[in-house]
Design a protein around this ligand. Sequence first.
Ligand code: TRP
Length: 400
Amino acid sequence: MYPERVFSGMRPTGSLHLGHYHGVLKNWTVLQSKYPCFFCVVDWHALTTHYETPGVIEKNVWEVFIDWLAAGIDPNQATLFIQSKVPEHSELALLIGMSTPLSWLERVPTYKEQMEKLKERDLSTYGFLGYPVLMAADILLYRAIHVPVGEDQVPHLEMTRQIARRFNRLYSSDSIVEEKSYQVAKKLGKKHARLYFALRHSYQEQGDGEALAQAHSILLESNSLSIRDREFLFSYLEVARKRILVEPKALLTSASRMPGLDGQKMSKSYGNTIGLREAKSSIVQKIRTMQTDPARVQLKDPGDPEKCKVWQLHQVYCNESTREWVKVGCKTAGIGCLDCKQPVIDGILREQQPMLERAQKYMDDPSLLRDIVDDGCEKARKSAKEVMQDVRDAMGLKYS
Ligand code: TRP
């Protein structure tokens, strides 16, 4: 059995915001104490869309690492590294790409969506089409079982599982037993033999129980098999092979939707974010100018928290008694909107304080950060090399 590893990746899109913290990083800090975790900044994935403007990537990579550390990712527990520093990612992507059908790639919902959305970039490239193959390689290279991701990444995870299954079916079987299966199945007659292997394939690749049942009935109905042959073919349907690659599962972060300044989900593309390490004055300013219930034109006008965007932030940052104070104060016009916003401001700043302190250490001494990432890359690479050796051997690239 392989150890239960966690892998996740993040594209270096610049410094992170509170949406990343509440939606992703907080969860990573919990996982790091339970499992061996590999957290990777995927710079090659950034190039699939930003190949014309590669200049910003390196700076963004360091920003992301500082934000991870600020958020409490502990380099003594988790392995933090850069994708391109472990070239095995590209080798595995190349090799699994050999057997990945084009139709799987064209079918990924985000593929056409992103092409539409990022119209200003030409994404009709081989690299962008291959995005999910590279992502599958990231995960499979560490035999990770748990992959914490958002809902939008689920199709990518599903494809990763399919790629792993196909790889294992193609390259993990024991060739002597396999040869025997052809010899024995021949006795079913050509047509039924072919059907038998097709059904076995559906069962093993898709877990199709009906296919398994149908294969069973072919075997039971055949009168050209000896008892031993039949038993062999029965068990061969389920033969537990040594799996070279492991099928991962998406670990969906419990729908913690961090509201942005405009009430929509916090996201860089909406321009409604608060940075993890944003200056205090700027945070105060942003919250103070947030829109509240439009019915509250003047202090004496009562309002309704349900119609106020700040109310959503109270859910994240304030306790029950403060929320009660807000509810009553707002509905009776007993407090002003700035009064109401103060506990949110305090909450954000309180949450931010330890992050600023942790980040400062690495800003003061960048070599500390380099050392952490160097160590992480080395550790990741060591582990990646072991899996690659198995993959090469399985694919007949042994040369020894
Ligand atoms: N596609 C992911 C995203 O956009 C980033 C990513 C790349 C990733 N490789 C990964 C996430 C491997 C999890 C595991 O968010």
